[in-house]
Design a protein around this ligand. Structure first.
Ligand SMILES: Nc1ncnc2c1ncn2[C@@H]1O[C@H](COP(=O)(O)OP(=O)(O)OP(=O)(O)O)[C@@H](O)[C@H]1O
Length: 647
C-alpha cells in the first residue's frame, strides 16, 4: 500500500466508529486547548513584565488608529513621492496577477501540444511563454525594487519627523532625564523605525497582492470549473485562518519585548566602549561580564521561547495551509470530470483526453496561484502582528515627544511629594540673575532647598559651596530651564549670555576648531569676524597651544574624547568659554583636573574680559577670585553673603 493509502486508511480508522470519532475530536480539542493555554501563560508573564502596557502589540482597533496616525507622517499628501510609488506598486501588482493568469493558459496549451505531439504548435507556445516571461521578470524585479524603495522612504520620513521633534527645544534632554517612559530613545529612533518601515512596506505588497490575486484568480477559476471551486478553497482557508487566529501566540508583543532586550544589551556594550578607561582602572570586567551576560541570557531565553512558539505555529500552519489545502485543491481539480456538471464538460471538449490534460494543467496552475495567495494572506497575519509591535513602540515615542513639547512629562514621583510635575514659576528676562522664593526640587519631587532667594548682578563673582548632593548643579538646571520651575520667579539674561561648563565637557566628533567654537559652525565663526589666529590666541591663554601643531591644525578631525587627557578636555571647554565670551559663566567643577596656577590665570582672564563668574567648586584656592558666596548647609539651609575679593 502507498503512503497516501496508509494515511487514508489510518484517517478512516480514526472516524470509523462513534467512540473513535469522539476520542479523535477530544484529542484535537485537547491539543488546541493546550496551545491556547500556553499562549495565555506567556501573555500573562509579559503583561506582568511590561506593567500596565497589557495590549501592546496586538492587532486591534488601537493598532489601526495608530497606523493611520503614523501613515499621515510617512505619506504626507496625495501628491507626495511615496503616494506615487504606492500607486506604481499597486499597478505592478495588478500587472503581475494578469500575467500569471495568461501564463497559466499558456502552460495548459504547452501540455496539450505535447499530448497531441504537435511540434509546430509546441514551438509556438514556447515562444508565447517567452514573450510573457520578459515582462513578468521585469514586473517581479520592479515589485522588489519599489517595495524596498518605499521602505527607505518611510524610514527617512519617520526619522526626519522624529529628529525634528527630538532636537527641538530641550526635548532630547527631557526625554531621558525628566520622563521615564522610554528607556532607550536611541533604539526607537534607529532600529525600531527601520524595522517598522520595512514591515509596513512589505505588508502592503503581502496584503494587497494576495487580495488582488484572490479576486482575479477566483473569477477566472469560476468561469472554468464553476463558482463552487473557488468557494471550497476559500472556505478551507477561512476555516484555517480562524483556527490560526485562535492559537497564534502574541508575536507582536514578543517582538516588542525582543527589541527592548536588544536595546539593553546594546547599551551594555556601548557603556563598555564609552567608559573603557574607567572600567579598566576599576578592573570592572567581571562586573561588566555579569551584566552583559545577564542581558544576553535574557535575550537568548526570550528568543528560545519565541522559537518554541514558532515551531508549534509552523506545524499548524503547514498542516492547515499546506497539506490540508493541497487535498482540498485536488477536490476542486476533480470537479469538471467528477462533479455534477461533468456531462456538460465532456460534451464541450468532445471527450478529448488532451483537452482534459490542458484544462487540468491550466486549472491547477490557477488554483496553485489562488492557494498561494490565500496562504500568504493567512500567514501575513504574523507580519501584521510584528508591525503592530513596532507601531506600538514608534507611536509611544511620538506620544512622549508630543507630551514633552507641551511641557508634560510622566515620572514616578517620590512618596509624599507635594510637587505634581507642573511648573508654576515664572522666568523673566533681565540683565542680571535673581532667584525669588524658588524651591530647588528634583524632577521626581524631592525638595532639596525651600525658597531660595539671591541676586547676582554683573561683576558679582559668586562662589557656590556645599556638600555633595545638596543641589548646587540642580540650581543651574533650573536656571538653564532644564528642570521645571515649580514656584517663585527667576530673572535671567537670555541664554546666549549665559554659558555653562560642566566637569566633564562634551567634545563632539569633529575638527579641533569645532571643539572650541561648539555649538557654532565654522560659517557662524567667520561671520562674526573671528579667525583661526584668534582661536590660536585663546588656546595660548588656556596653555593648550601646543596641541594645535601636534595634532595637525584646526581642521584635524578626531575623536577628541578618547585622545585628550582629562585636564586638556577641561582646557578646551575653558577656551570655548573665551570664544563665546558670555556675560555670565557658570563653572561647575570644571577645573578639577587643571593645575592651580593655570586655573588662576584663566579665572583672572575671564574677569578682565567682563565675564561674571558663578563657580561651583570644592577648591578653596578659587575663592579669592570671587566677591560673593552662596553657601548651602546640605539640609535645605543656605546663606548668600559678600566677601573681600583679592582682585
Ligand atoms: N535627573 C535627576 N532626577 C532626579 N534626581 C536627580 C537628578 N539629577 C540629580 N538628582 C538628585 O538631586 C540631588 C542634587 O543633585 P546635584 O547634582 O544638584 O548635587 P550637587 O550639589 O551638584 O552635588 P555635587 O557636589 O556632588 O556635584 C541629588 O540628590 C541627586 O541625586
Amino acid at each position: 500500500m502507498s503512503l497516501d493509502g496508509k494515511i487514508l486508511s489510518f484517517l478512516r480508522a480514526l472516524v470509523s466508529s462513534r467512540e473513535r470519532k469522539a476520542a479523535t475530536t477530544g484529542i484535537i480539542i485537547g491539543i488546541l486547548y493546550l496551545l491556547h493555554w500556553s499562549q495565555q501563560r506567556t501573555s500573562a508573564k509579559i503583561s506582568l513584565q511590561r506593567s500596565r502596557k497589557a495590549n501592546k502589540g496586538s492587532v486591534d482597533l488601537d493598532f489601526f488608529k495608530r497606523t493611520v496616525e503614523l501613515l499621515k507622517i510617512v505619506v504626507p499628501s496625495w501628491k507626495s513621492l511615496e503616494m506615487l510609488n504606492l500607486v506604481l506598486l499597486s499597478g505592478l501588482l495588478v500587472a503581475r496577477t494578469l500575467l500569471s493568469i495568461s501564463i497559466s493558459s499558456v502552460n495548459g496549451r504547452i501540455v496539450k501540444s505535447i499530448v497531441t505531439r504537435d511540434l509546430n504548435l509546441f514551438m509556438k507556445r514556447i515562444i508565447q511563454l517567452a514573450m510573457f516571461a520578459i515582462p513578468a521578470s521585469m514586473v517581479n524585479s520592479g515589485l522588489d525594487y519599489l517595495s524596498h524603495k518605499l521602505a527607505i522612504q518611510f524610514r527617512a520620513r519617520m526619522a526626519y519627523y522624529f529628529n525634528q521633534k527630538y532636537l527641538s527645544g530641550l526635548i532630547y534632554y527631557q526625554m531621558s532625564n525628566l520622563d521615564n517612559r522610554i528607556a532607550n530613545p536611541d533604539q526607537r529612533f534607529t532600529q525600531d523605525i527601520d524595522k517598522w518601515a520595512s514591515c509596513l512596506s512589505n505588508l502592503y505588497s503581502n496584503i494587497t497582492k494576495p487580495c488582488l490575486d484572490i479576486f482575479l484568480f477566483s473569477r477566472k477559476l469560476s468561469d472554468l470549473v464553476g463558482a463552487q471551486g473557488p468557494i471550497i478553497i476559500i472556505g478551507w482557508y477561512f476555516l484555517s485562518g480562524i483556527i490560526i487566529k485562535f492559537i497564534t501566540p502574541p508575536f507582536g508583543l514578543l517582538t516588542a519585548q525582543e527589541q527592548q532586550n536588544e536595546g539593553l544589551y546594546r547599551a551594555c556594550q556601548s557603556d563598555i566602549v564609552n567608559h573603557a578607561e574607567e572600567i579598566a582602572f576599576y578592573r570592572g570586567n567581571d562586573w561588566e561580564k555579569r551584566r552583559i551576560n545577564g542581558t544576553l541570557g535574557t535575550i537568548v531565553k526570550h528568543i528560545n521561547n519565541i522559537l518554541a512558539k514558532r515551531f508549534f505555529m509552523g506545524t499548524f500552519d503547514s498542516m492547515l495551509v499546506k497539506y490540508g489545502a493541497t487535498m482540498t485543491a485536488y477536490g476542486v481539480l476533480g470537479l469538471p470530470v467528477f462533479g455534477p456538471n461533468k456531462e456538460k464538460y465532456f460534451a464541450r471538449i468532445g471527450n478529448d483526453p488532451s483537452s482534459i490534460t490542458r484544462d487540468y494543467i491550466r486549472n491547477s496552475s490557477l488554483l496553485i496561484n489562488l492557494a498561494k495567495a490565500i496562504g500568504r494572506l493567512v500567514v501575513s497575519y504574523k507580519d501584521l502582528q510584528a508591525l503592530a509591535g513596532y507601531t506600538t513602540l514608534i507611536h509611544e515615542a511620538k506620544v512622549v515627544l508630543e507630551d514633552l513639547s507641551r511641557g508634560k512629562y510622566q515620572r514616578t514621583m517620590i512618596e509624599g511629594s507635594s510637587y505634581d510635575q507642573k511648573s508654576r514659576g515664572n522666568f523673566i528676562i533681565a540683565d542680571y540673575i535673581k532667584f525669588e522664593n524658588v524651591p530647588v526640587v528634583s524632577p521626581n519631587g524631592d525638595l532639596l532647598i525651600d525658597k531660595l532667594s539671591f541676586t547676582i548682578k554683573p561683576g558679582m563673582h559668586t562662589f557656590i559651596q556645599g556638600p555633595n548632593g545638596c543641589g548646587k548643579s540642580s540650581l543651574f538646571r533650573i536656571l538653564g530651564e532644564l528642570w521645571p520651575l515649580f514656584a517663585g520667579t527667576v530673572y535671567k539674561p537670555p541664554m546666549e549670555q549665559l554659558f555653562y561648563i560642566p566637569q566633564r565637557p562634551y567634545l563632539p566628533h569633529g575638527s579641533l576648531r569645532e571643539q572650541i567654537i561648539y555649538p557654532h559652525s565654522k560659517e557662524q565663526m567667520e561671520k562674526s569676524g573671528i579667525s583661526d589666529a584668534h582661536l590660536e590666541n585663546l588656546m595660548r591663554i588656556v596653555r593648550l597651544e601646543d596641541i594645535i601643531e601636534k595634532r595637525g591644525g584646526f581642521d584635524q578631525i578626531e575623536d577628541w574624547n578618547d585622545t585628550l587627557s582629562g585636564g586638556q578636555k577641561q582646557k578646551i571647554a575653558m577656551c570655548r568659554l573665551l570664544y563665546h565670551k558670555p556675560k555670565f559663566a557658570i563653572l561647575d567643577e570644571c577645573t578639577s583636573a587643571v593645575s592651580i596656577d593655570v586655573e588662576g590665570s584663566i579665572y583672572q582672564h575671564y574677569k578682565d574680559n567682563g565675564i561674571t563668574l558663578i563657580t561651583v567648586s570644592h577648591r578653596e584656592s578659587l575663592l579669592k577670585y570671587h566677591n560673593h558666596v552662596l553657601k548651602f548647609d546640605g539640609e535645605g539651609g543656605w546663606n548668600f553673603y559678600t566677601i573681600l575679593a583679592d582682585s
